[in-house]
Design a protein around this ligand. Structure first.
Ligand SMILES: [Mg+2]
Length: 400
């Protein structure tokens, strides 16, 4: 029923959210898809499909009997495995269910597949479905997701350029790459070493020189963060961190192994710079442990990894309980970024610049109106749902 308008009654009954009772006629006119003539409380999911693309992207589509289609995205690592999880383990749990009952469905997906793993594949697959369910709710309500999450604290978000590959580069090469991002208008930068736990303390002197050369470019006006990608021992991380502090560092990310909460806490307690971690955590319970035991200052859930919008917002709120800053990990340029923008826009503690790892132009063509990056900022989508509309015929050209 694309293009028809949702009735005020359907809005109020369907979404079941108090805020919608005051939905204005303007909100209704924004609806791009609707469940016209059908009580949205009786909506049913008719199909769930995850499709891996040549770009390394996994698109999830949730179809309903009302004609509304939601889109989502999963983390792309081992796309075939993740897509198979969605299509074989999650789809049977969702068929015939009301897509608007997102929290009920989230718990059903998590606890009915719990023994298949609560880190990695399972929450990453659930993430794609959960984002699609929020897209459906937004389209039915005629409201952007950030409104449904509680409101838009900011309608544009400062992005930091997240530039990886430091391990394989010489300092001058990284400095040249950073220059290209500064020329594109980025007002905040992070350099990533990509060491990983298997190359601990490989070349801290080179890392320091790289940071020094990049800092000479960014100066004091452009915040510069450093991501060790789990590559230091605790003592190296502390020594290195003190040198970064002397030069001026904005945040210090994953200095030690992701599973070493005691080591993280030792680094965080020894240094003044905010220590960040969380891209290897998948749920609110793991973030509780990361915060309480790892003592990090900045939490970094990834919306396409940790169970989608539902769980990412819960993690943001959990962080607010402990006065932690919310700076999600994010590497997917279209649906993942849109979902992340909605959560960040609706989170009071998402005040710092947010991660931007680059776009994929061939993927932008799959959507009617790509996300807008302008002068260092991304605009928060304001259309119903995610605010991205998939062109299925163009997506099909990218199917593996
Ligand atoms: Mg990182």
């Amino acid at each position: 029923m694309s293009g028809s308008l949702v009735s005020r009654r359907a809005l109020v009954k369907g979404a079941g959210v108090g805020i919608l009772a005051s939905a204005s006629s303007m909100m209704v006119s924004h609806a791009t898809q609707a469940v016209a003539g059908k009580d949205s409380l009786a909506m049913k999911i008719t199909e769930v499909k995850a499709t891996p693309l040549k770009t390394g992207t996994i698109i999830v589509q949730v179809l309903t009997d009302g004609g509304v289609v939601g889109i989502g995205e999963c983390s792309p690592m081992n796309a075939a495995v993740i897509a198979h999880f969605v299509n074989s383990a999650l789809k049977p749990l969702l068929a015939g269910e009301n897509p608007l009952e997102i929290d009920k469905l989230w718990n059903k997906m998590v606890f009915r597949t719990y023994k298949l793993g609560v880190q990695g594949v399972q929450p990453e697959a659930i993430a794609g479905v959960d984002i699609a369910l929020w897209d459906i709710l937004g389209k039915v309500a005629g409201l952007p997701i950030h409104t449904l999450l509680g409101g838009c604290y900011r309608d544009k978000i400062l992005m930091y350029a997240s530039i990886g590959g430091g391990a394989e580069m010489q300092p001058g090469q990284m400095a040249k790459r950073v220059e290209t991002f500064l020329a594109r208008g980025f007002k905040a930068i992070k350099i990533r070493m990509d060491w990983g736990v298997m190359r601990q303390d490989a070349d801290p002197k080179k890392d320091l020189e790289m940071f020094r050369q990049v800092k000479a470019l960014t100066g004091d006006s452009v915040p510069l963060s450093f991501d060790a990608n789990n590559g230091y021992s605790v003592s190296t991380a502390i020594q290195q961190g003190r040198k970064f502090e002397a030069l001026g560092i904005y945040h210090y990310e994953e200095p030690v192994a992701q599973y070493d909460y005691a080591g993280l806490a030792a680094v965080a307690e020894a240094l003044d710079v905010p220590v960040a971690a969380g891209e290897h955590e998948y749920s609110r319970w793991q973030f509780r442990d990361l915060i309480e035991q790892g003592k990090v200052d900045i939490i970094q859930p990834d919306v396409v990894k940790c169970g989608g919008i539902s769980e990412t917002q819960k993690i943001a709120v959990l962080g607010s309980v402990y006065s932690k800053q919310f700076v999600p990990h994010q590497t997917q340029p279209t649906i993942g970024t849109a979902a992340n923008l909605h959560v960040c826009a609706a989170s009071a503690n998402a005040t710092r610049p947010q991660e931007y790892t680059g776009d994929k132009p061939e993927l932008n063509e799959v959507f009617k109106e790509p996300l807008v990056f302008e002068d260092g900022y991304m605009r928060v989508p304001q259309k119903p749902g995610l605010g991205l509309e998939l062109i299925e015929s163009k997506m099909k050209r990218l199917i593996l």
